[in-house]
Design a protein around this ligand. Structure first.
Ligand code: FAD
Length: 396
C-alpha cells in the first residue's frame, strides 16, 4: 500500500494517490478487526456491486441480486461497533450511496430499535432473521405533513382488545415495501409517540414506492398508508416510552452512521476524479497537471481527511456513550454539507464526462443532497447543536 514516508525520494514514480485513507495515514487509526471489515466490504463492493449497480440505479430498481450476494457475508453480525458499521457504510457508498443507505436501514435503524426498545419475545422473533437478512425492514417516522417537526406526527394507535388499531400515513420510508416496519405512532390514550413492529403483509398496510426520485435511486422509498391495521399487543415495543425515549434515541444512534455514508461519497468522488484527471488530456497535458484542478483535488482530499477525523472521533465517543446529541448532529450536518461541495468539485473536474453515471460524480451530487437532508436536515441538526451550545432552543 502507498505510504508517503516509504516513498520519500521516489515521488517521480508515483502517478497518483489512489486511496484517500492513505493520505494522513488514516488506516493507522483503525484496529485490525476494523480494517478487516473495511477490506472485506471493499472487496464485496468492488467485485459484486460495482459491475452491475448502475443498471439498477438507472432503472430505479432494488438490486436483489446484489443484496442476495451480501447475505453470506453475515455483515450485520460482524459490524458490532460504530466504526465497523461505519466502515461498511463508507465502502458501500463509494460504489453507491443508495446501497449504503439500504444497508444503514437494515443494520442500524431497524435492528437497533428492536434491540433497544423491544421485548425479549420480539428480539427472538425478529432480530436474528433481520441480522441474517432473511427479512428486510424499514423505519417509519416521517409523514406527509410532518418531516422536520417529527414530534407532531399524527399517525395514531387506538387500544382495542388484544392490541391496537393503527391509522395514518408515512412518507419516504426506505424499504417500506419489504417485510417489516418499525412504525412510530401517537398513542391516543396518552398522546405519547410509541414504537410498533408492523408486518407489511398485515391487512390494511399499503406501501407504494415514490416515483420520479432522482437520488438514492435503488432505495425503495415508499408512501405508506395504514387503514385500521390490527397490531397485536405483543408487537408494541415496551421500552419506547415516548418521543425522547424512542425516536430521539434511535436517531442519535443512526446519525452516527450517516456521515460515514457521506465519507464514502467523498472517497468515491476522490477516487473517480483522480482516475479521470490522470487519464484525460487537454492542451497536450493531463488535466490533473493544471493548477486549478490541483487546488480542487487538494480541497477534496483535505475535506475527506477533516471529515474522517470528525467522524471517527464522534464514533469512538458514541461507542463509549460519551457523544452528545448535539455533537452527533453537528458532525452529521458539517460532513454532509461538505460532501455536497466535494461532489460538485468532482463533477466540475471531469467536465462534460462528469455527468455520466459511470464516472460517479453526478450520482454523488444528487445522493449527497438526500444524505444532507434525511435523518434531520442540515438546518435541524445545526439547530440541535446550537441548542446544546447555547442552552436555547431555536425550534421547539
Ligand atoms: C430519499 C429520502 C429517504 C428518506 N428515508 C426516510 C426513512 O426511511 N424513514 C423516515 O422516517 N424518513 C425518511 N426520510 C424523511 C427525512 O428524514 C425528511 O425528509 C427530513 O427529516 C426533512 O423533512 P421534510 O422533507 O418533510 O422537510 P421539511 O421539514 O418540510 O423542511 C423543509 C425545509 O425547511 C427547513 N426547516 C424546517 N423546519 C425548520 C426550522 N425550525 N428552522 C429552520 N429550517 C427549518 C428544512 O431544513 C428544509 O430545508 C427520507 C427522506 C428522503 C428524501
Amino acid at each position: 500500500m502507498f505510504r508517503l514516508n516509504q516513498l520519500a525520494g521516489q515521488f517521480k514514480e508515483v502517478k497518483f494517490l489512489a486511496d484517500p485513507l492513505e493520505y494522513l495515514r488514516l488506516y493507522d487509526m483503525l484496529e485490525q478487526d476494523e480494517k478487516d471489515i473495511c477490506f472485506a466490504v471493499r472487496k464485496f463492493a468492488q467485485e459484486k456491486a460495482a459491475p452491475t449497480i448502475n443498471k439498477y440505479v438507472e432503472a430505479a430498481e432494488f438490486p436483489t441480486e446484489i443484496v442476495e450476494a451480501l447475505k453470506p457475508l453475515k455483515l450485520i453480525h460482524k459490524t458490532n461497533t460504530y466504526v465497523k458499521t461505519g466502515l461498511a457504510y463508507l465502502e458501500l457508498a463509494k460504489v453507491d450511496a443508495g446501497l449504503s443507505t439500504f444497508y444503514l436501514l437494515i443494520s442500524s435503524l431497524v435492528p437497533h430499535s428492536i434491540e433497544t426498545f423491544g421485548s425479549e419475545e420480539q428480539k427472538q422473533k425478529y432480530l436474528t432473521r433481520i441480522k441474517d437478512m432473511d427479512i428486510l425492514g424499514g423505519w417509519a417516522l416521517t409523514e406527509k405533513e410532518y418531516g422536520s417537526d417529527a414530534s407532531s406526527i399524527q399517525t395514531t394507535v387506538k387500544k382495542v382488545q388484544g392490541g391496537y388499531l393503527l391509522n395514518g400515513n408515512k412518507r419516504w420510508i426506505g424499504n417500506g415495501n419489504k417485510d417489516i416496519l418499525v412504525v412510530w405512532a401517537r398513542n391516543a390514550e396518552n398522546n405519547n409517540i410509541e414504537g410498533f413492529i408492523v408486518e407489511n403483509k398485515w391487512a390494511g398496510v399499503h406501501a407504494e414506492p415514490i416515483k420520479h426520485k432522482l437520488a438514492l435511486r435503488i432505495v425503495q422509498n415508499c408512501q405508506i398508508t395504514f387503514k385500521d391495521v390490527f397490531v397485536p399487543d405483543e408487537n408494541r415495543m415496551p421500552k419506547a416510552k415516548d418521543f425522547q425515549n424512542g425516536v430521539t434515541q434511535a436517531l442519535q444512534h443512526s446519525r452516527v452512521g450517516v456521515p460515514w455514508i457521506a465519507l464514502g461519497i467523498q472517497a468515491g468522488v476522490y477516487e473517480n476524479v483522480v482516475k479521470f484527471t490522470t487519464r484525460r488530456k487537454q492542451f497536450g497535458k493531463h488535466v490533473a497537471g493544471f493548477q486549478l484542478q490541483q487546488e480542487r483535488l487538494a480541497r477534496i482530499l483535505t475535506t475527506f481527511q477533516a471529515s474522517f477525523l470528525m467522524v471517527i472521533q464522534v464514533s469512538r465517543l458514541a461507542q463509549e456513550k460519551k457523544a452528545t446529541l448535539g455533537q452527533i448532529a453537528a458532525v452529521k450536518a458539517w460532513v454532509t454539507d461538505k460532501t455536497r461541495e466535494v461532489a460538485r468539485l468532482g463533477r466540475e473536474m471531469m467536465g462534460g464526462d462528469g455527468i455520466l453515471i459511470e464516472n460517479y460524480c453526478i450520482k454523488a451530487l444528487t445522493d449527497a443532497e438526500v444524505v444532507y437532508t434525511y435523518e434531520g436536515s442540515y438546518d435541524i441538526n445545526s439547530l440541535i447543536a446550537g441548542r446544546e451550545i447555547t442552552g436555547l432552543s431555536a425550534f421547539k
